[in-house]
Write a protein that binds this ligand. Structure first.
Ligand SMILES: *Cc1c(COP(=O)(O)O)cnc(C)c1O
Length: 378
């Protein structure tokens, strides 16, 4: 068994709310226009990531004086925002990402939303933003998915849910905003791998970092993504799919990709992943994989992984697989790793595939769910 839980894992498992406890927090307001069944089935027949959104969105406003206001399900559409809104100037924003799945019997489920709720509030604290009551976070997911249930595709597709919160006060002074908006929008997505597992290529940047000691690397906030885009673009220009970052303090140790955590599988069977140092985002997928592997009896080290050591171990044939993980793709084999001074091929292998199968079969309802990771929405 794995030793020790992280603060987020402990906070997530302390949330005992059921769907019945949180359903109905949000009230449908505004005109309830929706696409026709015909239009929706055309959308679901040709899915792309994050381009089409369902008919509604969840919305709540927070102000210093009033706290969280009326919980509403509104028609999806453009929002009115002052050009002076603090988000546009100082980037005070956090977000989450999770999916709703349609099981074979038609029921709708989501995977570990309590973890996302706990992480959302951890991100809020770091960004000097108000915490959202957990029942409001979970209620927003349940009520939006129930309202727009027609948009949850058949497996292996899913309805991607994007909760986010930003500073909406029109004020140019530099301090935490006195007004915030919380929204959830929903986008039907297809299987990440349409044609089976396709290994990705990774460029390790030695010039740029997504976060640094004492920074916001462990908060799911827009700025971390903003700082990753230019190195990501440089990697793409060199012909690579993704960029991998090293720690900013020593510039020697593996951290993560712009939006995914990383695991290394060794020939002797053990697995390693970078330890959470405060500059890495703690993934729910990472957490679930550590649990699954530990239960299988696989030794999972959470430790500092020097790039030089990894390069040596790959070259010596000691590393049998490397994969990245996150909600969008679940797991992605890494087939090529390169930087200014090395270029390596890594085979894709059985551990990555087994983890993909284990996780997706729990999410699809085909396998037992011993940890109660799935929450039934409808
Ligand atoms: C969201 C995210 C991940 C993956 O988290 P999951 O909970 O597994 O989806 C990893 N790294 C970064 C930087 C992220 O923003």
């Amino acid at each position: 068994m794995r030793s020790g839980r992280t603060e987020l894992e402990a906070a997530a498992s302390a949330i005992a709310l059921t769907t019945d406890d949180v359903a109905g927090e949000f009230t449908l307001t505004g005109d309830t226009k929706r696409r026709s069944d015909e239009e929706i089935s055309q959308i679901l027949a040709d899915l792309h990531f994050g381009t089409i959104f369902s008919d509604h969105m969840a919305h709540v406003t927070w102000t210093v004086g009033e706290g969280w206001g009326e919980r509403r399900i509104e028609p999806y559409g453009p929002i009115e925002l002052s050009p002076a809104a603090a988000i546009l100037h100082y980037g005070q924003e956090i977000f989450e990402g999770l999916k709703a799945y349609r099981h074979a019997d038609g029921s709708l489920w989501t995977f570990r939303p309590q973890f996302n709720a706990a992480r959302f509030n951890a991100s809020a604290r770091r960004m000097a933003m108000p915490e959202l009551p957990v029942e409001t976070f979970l209620g927003s997911l349940v009520d939006l998915v129930r309202q727009d249930a027609a948009y949850v595709p058949q497996l292996p597709g899913a309805l991607y849910l994007r909760p986010f919160m930003f500073a909406s006060e029109p004020f140019l002074g530099v301090r935490p905003s006195h007004r915030f908006e919380y929204f959830v929008i929903a986008s039907p997505v297809g299987a990440y791998f349409a044609n089976g597992f396709t290994p990705v290529s990774i460029w390790v940047t030695k010039e740029y970092h997504r976060s640094g000691p004492g920074g916001t690397g462990d908060a799911k906030t827009a700025g971390n993504y903003a700082s990753s885009l230019m190195p990501q673009q440089q990697a793409a220009d060199k012909g690579f799919d993704q960029v991998c970052f090293l720690d900013a303090r020593t510039q020697e140790n593996l951290e993560e990709l712009g939006g995914m955590n990383v695991f290394v599988v060794y020939r002797d069977g053990h697995v390693a992943t970078p330890v959470l140092t405060g500059t890495i985002l703690e993934g729910g997928t990472r957490s679930a994989i550590i649990t699954i592997l530990s239960e299988e009896g696989v030794e999972v080290e959470q430790r500092t992984i020097p790039l030089a050591e990894l390069v040596r171990d790959i070259s010596a044939g000691e590393v049998s697989e490397i994969f990245a993980c996150g909600t969008a793709a679940v797991v992605t084999p890494i087939g090529r790793l390169a930087s200014d001074d090395f270029e390596l091929q890594i085979p894709s292998g059985p551990v990555t595939e087994r983890i993909y199968e284990r996780l997706t079969s729990i999410q699809s309802g085909e396998a037992e769910d011993p940890h109660n990771w799935m929450l039934k929405i409808a």
